[in-house]
Each structure stands twice: as C-alpha cells, then as structure tokens.
Design a protein around this ligand. Structure first.
Ligand code: 6CS
Length: 361
C-alpha cells in the first residue's frame, strides 16, 4: 500500500511536509517554509497567502513541484508570499478542485487536461494517441514552444476563468492490466479506467474497449474488485499509487503523455500588481526544467522498483513498432472526431500542432 517517498528536493521539504500535515490535523494543507508556523522566513510579514492545488500526493511529481514552486516564491518575495500546497483529496477530488480554480476559491495550481476536457474541449488534443513523439525531451520542447498550445489553446482555457501559464509532461503513459495488451484485439470489451475527458473514451472505444471514467482515489479498489480491468498512467504514478500490486502486466505503449498545466485563476491573477505577476511567471518558467528532471528521475526510479518487486511481481512488456502501428491505425480516425466534435478551434489547433510536431521531431 502507500509508502513514504523521499523528497527529490532534500530532506527538509519532506520533513517539513510531514510536520505541517500533523500541525494541520492531516487535512492536506501545508506551508512550504520551515516548521515554526510562519512562512519560513523568520520574522517576515506575510502579505499574500495563496492556495495551490495539486492532483497528487506527497512524493509524486505535482506535489513536489508545488513545494518547490512555493519555496521559490517565498524566497524571492523575502517571505511576503506564502503558498499553501494542497495534496489530492485535501480539498476534494480532481473535478472539485478544477471548479475551485475556475471560481477563484483557490488562486492557482496544477490541473490536467484529462479533467478539463469537459469544459475546454480543445484541451483534449493531449488525449489523442500517437500524436506526439516518444522522446520526452522533444515532447517537453513542443509543450513549451508550441504556438498552437501556448497561444490558441491557452485562450480556450482563458474563456473558462483560468489560464495555464505552462504545459509540461509528467512522462509517457503506460497501460496496466491482468492480461497482455499488445494488440487492439486484446482491448475487445476491456473495462478501461479513464479520466473525465470524453475524447479519452473515444480513443479507447476505437480499440473496442469499454472505458469508464473514475477518480484515481477509487482506482486501486476499482482494479482490485474488478470494476475496471486496466488503466493508463505514467510509471511513477502506477508504482506510487500501488496499482501494480493489483495488476500483473505493465505495458510500455508510449501512446501519449501525461500533460499537466500550472494554472491561475484569471480574476485573481489580473488583480495582482505587475511585479507579482512577473515573479509568478518567471518562477513558472524556471519550473519547466525542474518538472522535467523530477518526472524523469521518478519515472526511472519507480520503474526499477516495479522490476525489482518480488512481493508483487509485474511483467513489463514493451510494445514493438509493429505492435504500435496496429494501435496507430485505429487511433488515426479519432483525430477527425476531435477536429469535428471538440470545439470551434479544434481543427485549427490540431493542424497547427501537427505541423509543429513535424518540425520539432
Ligand atoms: O490518473 C489520474 O487521474 C492521476 N494521474 C496522475 C499522473 N496525476 C494525477 C491524476 O489525477
């Protein structure tokens, strides 16, 4: 079951997170400073206190990102900014959190397109299979540089009350299952857990599967009890959430990537002085490299943990290019579905993104 994971940013944040959780009565609220109850910069006056939501728990990529982001802002502001990083579940599930960001109940945080899909249909472009290349450095470069994503898609988000200041990868998606999933035939009638995005359902229906949206908070039990038979996630998350304990196979499919956004509530962000806006934007930019290293290190180390785990042995299968081609062929028509059904800008965004991917790959 869930284990404590060492913080990549050193013992101080890990120890502090544990202490802060105790101090807060374990409700998931934390301060990313020291453990004496102020903002970590002894004696400094806190002028701004902001809530930062994440969809993950301590030790996982989003939460570690949140702690580092908070620490950097607190340092730069010499203690006048305090950011409370919330772990998944502290303020509700992924959909509740998204609503809090939209309405300004929380100022900022990390939300992912798998949950924003129902309100920003164009964001589901990230749920298309075999659109991006495999190499994560190239994926990150596209996410950071793409005009289709950072201008056009960003403005689709803005219309919904919040704005992604950055898009970044948490790693390539892999499948887990109790049966081998190496060809589309293996998905026939397969009960696949997905996030909320309607396009995710469409993508798995194209393989003949029977997809079911479910919060990850219910997923371990869902897999254990057979409500769903498999799921997709980056490897660090599969191991950290212990899904491999109730699944026999890990299939390296590289069918797409887990994309996260660092987003802000529009009304709140617009109300800030320019120097604060710049400080936040600068820190978000710095965090692109931090996030990349974080996901890389966690995905590698958690794969090793899965491979070495004798108590819960998992067979790791890497799909060959020929096997991927079979999935690619069935995934291709889903792009047309996206163009036609997922928002006025879907076609334009996908066309532009396909060209950018071609140029950057
Ligand atoms: O599968 C999910 O729903 C979760 N996966 C990741 C990598 N982060 C948070 C998300 O809610």
């Amino acid at each position: 079951m869930k284990k404590w994971k060492k913080s990549l940013f050193g013992a101080s944040t890990a120890v502090f997170a544990a202490a802060a959780l105790t101090a807060c009565g374990g409700n998931g609220d934390e301060e990313a400073g020291d453990d004496d109850g102020d903002n970590g910069d002894d004696g400094a006056e806190v002028e701004h206190e902001w809530d930062f939501i994440t969809e993950e728990t301590p030790g996982q990529v989003q939460h570690e990102y949140g702690l580092e982001f908070a620490e950097r802002l607190e340092e730069k502001s010499e203690g006048s900014i305090e950011v409370n990083v919330h772990e998944f579940g502290g303020l509700g599930d992924e959909v509740d959190q998204l609503e809090q960001l939209q309405t300004g109940q929380v100022e900022m945080g990390i939300v992912s397109p798998g949950f924003t899909g129902p309100i920003v249909p164009e964001a589901q472009v990230f749920s298309l299979h075999y659109l991006f290349p495999n190499d994560q450095e190239t994926v990150q470069e596209i996410l950071t540089e793409s005009e289709a994503i950072n201008e056009h898609l960003r403005s689709n988000y803005e219309e919904q009350g919040f704005t992604p200041l950055s898009f970044w990868t948490e790693g390539a998606m892999a499948w887990t299952s109790n049966t081998e999933l190496t060809s589309p035939d293996d998905f026939d009638g397969f009960l696949m857990r997905t996030q909320e995005s309607p396009l995710m359902l469409e993508s798995y229906e194209a393989y003949g599967a029977n997809p079911t949206p479910m919060s990850w908070g219910d997923l371990y039990t869902g897999l254990e009890q057979g409500q769903v038979e498999g799921q997709e996630n980056p490897i660090f998350f599969i191991e950290d959430a212990s899904f491999h304990e109730v699944q026999d196979y890990l299939i390296i499919s590289d069918h797409n990537n887990y994309v996260a956004t660092t987003s802000v509530n529009n009304d709140w962000f617009d109300s800030l002085d320019e120097d604060l806006q710049e400080m936040i934007e600068e820190t978000v930019e710095e965090m692109q490299d931090v996030a990349f290293e974080l996901q890389e290190e966690l995905n590698e180390s958690h794969l090793e943990e899965i491979e070495e785990n004798e108590e819960y042995p998992t067979e790791v299968i890497e799909l060959s290019e020929e096997e991927r081609d079979e999935f690619r062929e069935l995934a291709e028509p889903v792009r047309e579905f996206f163009r036609e059904e997922e928002g006025d800008d879907a076609g334009m965004i996908l066309d532009m993104l396909e060209e950018e991917i071609e140029e950057m790959s």
